[in-house]
Write a protein that binds this ligand. Structure first.
Ligand SMILES: [Zn+2]
Length: 177
């Protein structure tokens, strides 16, 4: 039986998606790195969301929400991580990378994920108010679009959600004082 030769992109995808019992552990390890970014964002007074981009088991970019600090509506963790990864790798095409983010991506970030051709997104907590992957829209798996993306949700979701609820609780408490 002859086997078709895999393109580099297919090979990378196969590596990313190769199913093993270590996958979940791997997801959790990278999510823990994203979670550290989220915690740092909270310390900076930003809504705590963190994102990392990984290629072949190597950390390419780690970013956090910096909308207040940069005074930019587009400065979500995912956008900054994508921009940083593109700069580092010298390409707009991240089709051999995986993105980990603590919160379900919004419409803007889902759009950027599709534009960057990222094949795997792993996220922590659902975002019922703005999530564009599962909650409000399913932009990463819309058959009308030319790119689709594998999605794994719920990784460290309790911890990812807790940094957000703690942040907003603290902000409410501070307002009341
Ligand atoms: Zn976003």
């Amino acid at each position: 039986m002859s086997r078709r030769k895999l393109s580099p992109v297919e090979k990378a995808r196969r590596e990313i998606f190769s199913v093993s019992c270590l996958d979940i552990m791997d997801y959790q390890n990278w999510m823990a790195v994203a979670l550290e970014q989220a915690k740092q964002a909270a310390e900076e007074g930003e809504v705590p969301v963190g994102a990392v981009i990984v290629r072949n088991g190597e950390l390419i970019a780690a970013e956090r929400n910096r909308r207040q600090g940069l005074q930019r509506p587009t400065a979500h963790a995912e956008i900054l991580a994508i921009e940083s990864a593109c700069e580092k790798l010298g390409t707009w095409n991240l089709s051999d990378c995986a993105l980990y983010v603590t919160l379900e991506p919004c419409c803007m970030c889902a759009g950027a994920i599709l534009q960057a051709r990222i094949p795997l997104v792993v996220y922590g907590a659902d975002d019922p108010k703005a999530g564009a992957v599962k909650s409000l829209f399913t932009l990463l798996n819309d058959s009308r679009l030319n790119h689709r993306c594998e999605v794994v949700s719920g990784i460290l979701d309790t911890a990812c959600g807790k940094v957000l609820t703690d942040f907003f609780q603290k902000r409410r408490d501070e307002k009341r004082e």
